[in-house]
Design a protein around this ligand. Structure first.
Ligand code: SAH
Length: 361
């Protein structure tokens, strides 16, 4: 018998929930009902799960809980984008964003508190990695967005483009996608999910073998090794060359393509010759390019190129047969746009703080 009072039902796959319910002395098929209450209907209090036997409701109430990130701040942009600041069980904070009508409804979800990648143009990168999120915290953001926006019956897509590097938190990210895909719950097809990564090559190869395969977006941002190392530090280990090779061997469904994100930094990577080189290095890869003109912010030592410069870059790619789009930045006025997610005041703890926490003071 499990008597763990902190069992978190919100961090369990359907199978794990079945095991847990069995350990409480009940039939495991009830897991499907509980899963539907939590993930389909947004009911987290066992007392509200009215089709369960009374004894099971009581057991769940006393021995389990559903940890749900708490909304501590909401902002609405003039373009309709909404940003939620969410507080986790340990007090750490993350941000999740809702981007309406793009043309579909999109949730931008975080996978870590902070990020270890330290890209030179990204505010989240300035925080460093505070910690990984659990699968329950990753998928839980979707639950909170569905509840807060009253969207349980609306189709939506997910982009793993919030705070963090999803492939640096591989197992929890994949578990979260499996939890969200579960038909008894949200039933979100992995085709509706886009995972954006800086390109951690071994993890890309691992992803290539997954049964639940999200769409892939690669944050390329540069066309030469030197240029990429200067702005995306992990390139020291995983070169542009190796990333492109991993993309070449990545299995793609019939109509799908890899998205190559390219942040445009004035005077750094936005010249016509960069565009020509970009078209060249992508030759032979089923891909498309998404140009993201920099979202400038204090502390970010780069500038956004002019629209004319962006258009000229896009035109060169298009002339060479590369499918290209320019990302319209949403929610810049509430700092919800790409690279602008940062929650202040929770940086890495000092050794003294860690020690005092370990001592329980
Ligand atoms: N760690 C993942 C997710 C990051 S956010 C990744 O690197 O792909 C999604 C996109 O926003 C990435 O392509 C990232 O490079 C980009 N981005 C980061 N900071 C930005 C900024 N200030 N302006 C525009 N795009 C930015």
């Amino acid at each position: 018998m499990s008597t763990n009072p902190t069992a978190d039902l919100g961090n369990m796959t359907l199978a794990a929930l079945g095991d847990f319910i069995e350990s409480l002395g009940h039939k495991r098929f009830h897991a499907r009902q509980v899963y539907a209450w939590i993930w389909k209907r947004g009911v987290t209090d066992p007392e509200g799960m009215t089709d369960l036997p009374k004894a099971l409701r009581a057991a769940l109430a006393s021995q389990a809980r559903v940890a749900t990130p708490e909304v501590v701040q909401r902002s609405v942009s003039e373009d309709g984008t909404r940003k939620l600041v969410l507080k986790l069980g340990d007090g750490r904070q993350i941000e999740s964003v809702f981007i309406p009508d793009t043309p579909s409804q999109t949730f931008c979800i975080s996978t870590q508190v902070g990020c270890a990648m330290a890209c030179a143009f990204c505010l989240t990168g300035k925080m460093g990695l505070v910690r990984h999120l659990t699968a329950g915290e990753i998928a839980g953001q979707v639950r909170v967005l569905l509840d807060t926006l009253d969207m349980h019956d609306t189709p939506f897509n997910i982009v793993l483009m919030g705070m963090g590097e999803p492939l640096h938190n591989y197992d929890e990210t994949m578990k979260a996608l499996a939890m969200l895909a579960q038909e008894q719950g949200v039933g979100l097809s992995p085709k509706r999910v886009t995972l954006s990564t800086v390109g951690l090559v071994p993890m890309l190869d691992k992803l290539a073998a997954e049964p639940l395969m999200p769409n892939l977006a690669i944050s390329l941002h540069a066309t030469t090794e030197a240029q990429r190392v200067a702005i995306v530090p992990p390139s020291k280990k995983y070169t542009l060359h190796d990333i492109l090779e991993a993309c070449r061997r990545f299995p793609l469904a019939k109509r799908s393509r890899i998205t190559f994100e390219y942040v445009m930094l004035a005077g750094v990577n936005d010249a016509p010759e960069d565009a020509r080189r970009l078209a060249k290095i992508l030759t032979g890869i089923k891909g498309k390019v998404n140009l993201i003109p920099l979202n400038a912010a204090p502390g970010i030592p780069f500038e956004r190129p002019s629209d004319a410069r962006v258009d000229a870059f896009a035109a060169i790619l298009a002339e060479r047969g590369v499918t290209v789009s320019v990302r319209k930045s949403r929610g810049r006025d509430i700092r919800a746009a790409c690279g602008q997610l940062i929650v202040e005041g929770q940086g890495r703890r000092s050794p003294a703080q860690l020690l005092s926490e370990a001592m329980g003071s």
